[in-house]
Design a protein around this ligand. Structure first.
Ligand code: UT7
Length: 347
C-alpha cells in the first residue's frame, strides 16, 4: 500500500482473506435511565423494558463530539491490535450523525495521525457498520489495501424529538471500531455476506431534511439546510426486521453449508430484545449464545454491532476462532448479514 489510499498491490494467494483482529469502543459519560425519561415523557420503565429490553442509554454531552468518541474507539482498537496509526490504509466511518456533512472520518484520521490512510464516511443507518465492514473487506481481499479500521458511531440523541415517547426512549449514543487486516484465504474471517436495500419503504424511518425555503435572488428560491427529528413507524420496521433478518441469515447459512448449531454467537443490530428473541427462536439458537447489551445502551444505530462485539471480546465470551452470524437492519430501508470468524490479535 502506498500513501493515502493509493493502491499498489494486486490480489495474491496470500492476501485474499480479511481477518478481524481487534476492537475498541467509547461511550459518553452520562447514562439516562428509563425512570429519568418517564419524568419527561408519558412512559414507564415497565413499558420500555417489556417492549424493547432497554434499561438505559448514553447521551453525549456538547463536548462529546462524534469525532471524539470515534477517535477514542479507534485508539482502543489500534492499541488492542498492536498497530500504530501510520499502519492504517483505510478508515471507514459508518454514521448517520456526522459532525460535518462533508465527512467526519477525515477528522478522525487527523486526530489519530493516520497519515497513510484514506478516510471517508459511509451512511447506511443501522446497517452502516456491517456495510462498512463488507466494503473494507473488498479492498483488503483484493490486495489493494492491507490494514483498515471500520468504525460504527452515532449520536442519535442529537436527532430525536425528546418529546416523542415513541422514539426518544429507544436510541443512545456510542462508538466502536474494529481493526481488520488482509490475510491468507485460509484465515478469512468474512465467510459470506449479503447486503440489501428497499428505498420504496424509506418513509418507515426518516431523519429527513426540513422544507424551509429561502428566496435568494429574484426567481431563485433555495432550500434552507436543516433536518427534522427522527420519525419511525415502529410496527412496520419491526415486521420488516423479523421477516428479513432470518431470511438473510438463512441465505448465509445455506450458502456456506453452516448449521445454526455451529454458530458460536448471534450478533444482531441491537434495536429490540423481542427482535433478537424472534430471530434466535427461528434458528433454535439458545439465549446464552445471543449477544445483547440493549439493557445498558439501547439502540446506538451504526455502533451497536461493534460495541457489542467489543464488550463480548473484552469479557472473554467471543474467542479466537468463534463463528458469528451478524445482521444489521434499519432505515433505508437497508439490511444485510455476514458470517464472520473472529481472529483476535496476531501473536
Ligand atoms: O434501529 C432501527 C431499527 N428500528 C427498529 O428495529 C425498531 C422496530 N420497532 C420496535 O422495536 C417497536 O415497534 C417499538 C419498540 C418501537 C414499539 O413497540 P410496539 O410494541 O410496536 O408498540 P406500538 O408502536 O404498537 O405501540 C403500542 C402502544 C401505543 O399506544 P396505543 O395506541 O396502543 O394506546 C403507543 O402509543 O404503546 C404506546 N407507546 C408507548 N407507551 C409508553 C409507544 N411508545 C411508548 C412509550 N411508553 N415510550
Amino acid at each position: 500500500m502506498g500513501t493515502n489510499g493509493v493502491a499498489v498491490a494486486g490480489s495474491t494467494a496470500e492476501t485474499n482473506g480479511m481477518a478481524l483482529i481487534a476492537c475498541g469502543s467509547a461511550l459518553p459519560a452520562i447514562s439516562v435511565s428509563n425512570q429519568q425519561l418517564s419524568e419527561r415523557v408519558d412512559t414507564s420503565d415497565e413499558w420500555i423494558r417489556t417492549r424493547t429490553g432497554i434499561g438505559a442509554r448514553r447521551v453525549a454531552g456538547p463536548e462529546e463530539s462524534l469525532t471524539l468518541l470515534a477517535t477514542q474507539a479507534a485508539r482502543a482498537a489500534l492499541a488492542h491490535a498492536g498497530w500504530g496509526p501510520e499502519d492504517l490504509d483505510l478508515i471507514l466511518l459508518a454514521t448517520s450523525s456526522p459532525d460535518d456533512l462533508f465527512g467526519t472520518a477525515p477528522r478522525v484520521q487527523g486526530a489519530l495521525g493516520a497519515t497513510n490512510a484514506v478516510a471517508f464516511d459511509l451512511t447506511a443507518a443501522c446497517s452502516g457498520f456491517l456495510f462498512a465492514l463488507i466494503t473494507a473487506g473488498q479492498y483488503l481481499r483484493s490486495g489493494t489495501m492491507r490494514r483498515a479500521l471500520v468504525i460504527g458511531a452515532d449520536q442519535l440523541s442529537r436527532w430525536v424529538d425528546w418529546n416523542d415517547r415513541t422514539t426518544c426512549v429507544l436510541f443512545g449514543d456510542g462508538a466502536a471500531a474494529v481493526a481488520v487486516e488482509a490475510c491468507p484465504a485460509g484465515e478469512n474471517g468474512l465467510l459470506a455476506f449479503r447486503m440489501r436495500s428497499d428505498g420504496s419503504r424509506h418513509g418507515c424511518l426518516t431523519l429527513a431534511q426540513t422544507a424551509e425555503q429561502q428566496p435568494v435572488l429574484s426567481g431563485v428560491t433555495a432550500q434552507l439546510g436543516g433536518f427534522s427529528p427522527i420519525r419511525m413507524n415502529g410496527q412496520e420496521v419491526y415486521k420488516f426486521a423479523v421477516r428479513e433478518v432470518p431470511a438473510v441469515l438463512n441465505e448465509l447459512l445455506e450458502a456456506t453449508g453452516t448449521a445454526a448449531a455451529d454458530l458460536n454467537w448471534l450478533l444482531l443490530h441491537q434495536a429490540n430484545q423481542r427482535i433478537l428473541d424472534a430471530v434466535a427462536d427461528r434458528f433454535a439458537i439458545p439465549q446464552e449464545r445471543v449477544l445483547s447489551n440493549l439493557a445498558d445502551y439501547g439502540n446506538t444505530s451504526a455502533a451497536t454491532i461493534p460495541l457489542m462485539l467489543d464488550e463480548a471480546v473484552k469479557d472473554g465470551r467471543v474467542r479466537p476462532g468463534d463463528l458469528i452470524a451478524s445482521s444489521g437492519f434499519g432505515a433505508g430501508l437497508s439490511w444485510g448479514g455476514a458470517l464472520l470468524r473472529w481472529a483476535g490479535p496476531r501473536g
